[in-house]
Design a protein around this ligand. Structure first.
Ligand SMILES: [Fe+2]
Length: 266
């Protein structure tokens, strides 16, 4: 069953932002460490090959963020950006008086300096033995007409996990800049537009003098074109208030097992 997308009640954030997201990890150069080329095709669904696309649809909201310049532009599409298709079938739950289903586009958010082209294929990011809090993020990618999109590519990346008993400031999180791409992953949506990631809840890191709330970065590509750059947050995080980018529309509310559900409308 396709759940209604979280409704975007706020305007996209991107063009409004002029702050930074440089974090405490000084390795903002990691954008230059990967080869920028396409990685292997999606491993989770049988997408067919197809055009790789240029991935240059400047749809991200990163343009005005002052320290986001390193690697902030959409460069190459994830490999697989292949033939995403509208699958038809189930539709969203909202409708206009015409009966046409409408799903609000997911709001944009800044890319930040730690995006790395060539994110490995795979949705299981909890493979490093780190202590942490289990987190499974799953949902559906769908069009504004509420049609599930098969073979769309969902990429996530986030900072190192927080230990279950950690308090803010105990151990600041960082982004991996090695070839291991820890806590970076991409999957293709299945025939019903579904995606899923298993990972660990990310920790907090300083952005200047202030901690950013825990967050997970996300991009969605359709047919090799970047369609969404955003961030996922967590309800109740002590740093949501006052964060320049926090958007409650994109806040996850994991259950006791760590399952959080969010759909993306692109
Ligand atoms: Fe970040």
């Amino acid at each position: 069953m396709v759940r209604a997308a979280k409704t975007a009640a706020l305007a996209p954030l991107g063009g409004l932002l002029a702050c930074t997201d440089d974090g405490s990890d000084a390795s903002g150069t990691e954008a230059g460490t990967s080869d920028g080329s396409s990685s292997d095709g999606p491993g989770t669904s049988g997408s067919s090959g197809g055009g790789s696309g240029s991935g240059t649809s400047g749809s991200t909201g990163s343009s005005s963020a002052t320290s986001e310049s390193a690697g902030s532009t959409a460069t190459s599409s994830p490999s697989s950006g292949s033939g995403s298709t509208e699958t038809g079938g189930e539709s969203g739950s909202e409708s206009e008086d015409t009966g046409t289903a409408v799903c609000e586009p997911s709001p944009e958010d800044i890319e930040g300096p730690f995006y790395r082209p060539g994110i490995p294929v795979g949705g299981d990011l909890d493979v490093h033995g780190d202590p942490g809090v289990a987190l499974r993020i799953e949902g559906v990618v769908q069009s504004e007409g509420c049609v599930p999109l098969a073979n769309a590519i969902v990429e996530i990346w986030h900072a190192t996990p927080v230990a279950p008993d950690a308090e803010p400031g105990d151990d600041d999180a960082t982004y991996d800049s090695t070839d291991e791409y820890r806590y970076y992953g991409q999957v293709a949506t299945d025939a019903r537009g579904r995606y899923a990631f298993n990972t660990l809840r990310p920790g907090w890191y300083l952005n200047g003098p202030q901690y950013r709330p825990a967050h997970v970065h996300v991009k969605v590509w359709v047919r090799g074109v970047e369609r969404l750059t955003s961030q996922l947050y967590f309800e109740g995080d002590p740093f949501n208030d006052g964060d320049a980018w926090f958007n409650p529309v994109m806040a996850l509310d994991p259950d006791e097992a760590g399952l959080a559900n969010i759909d993306f409308v692109v």
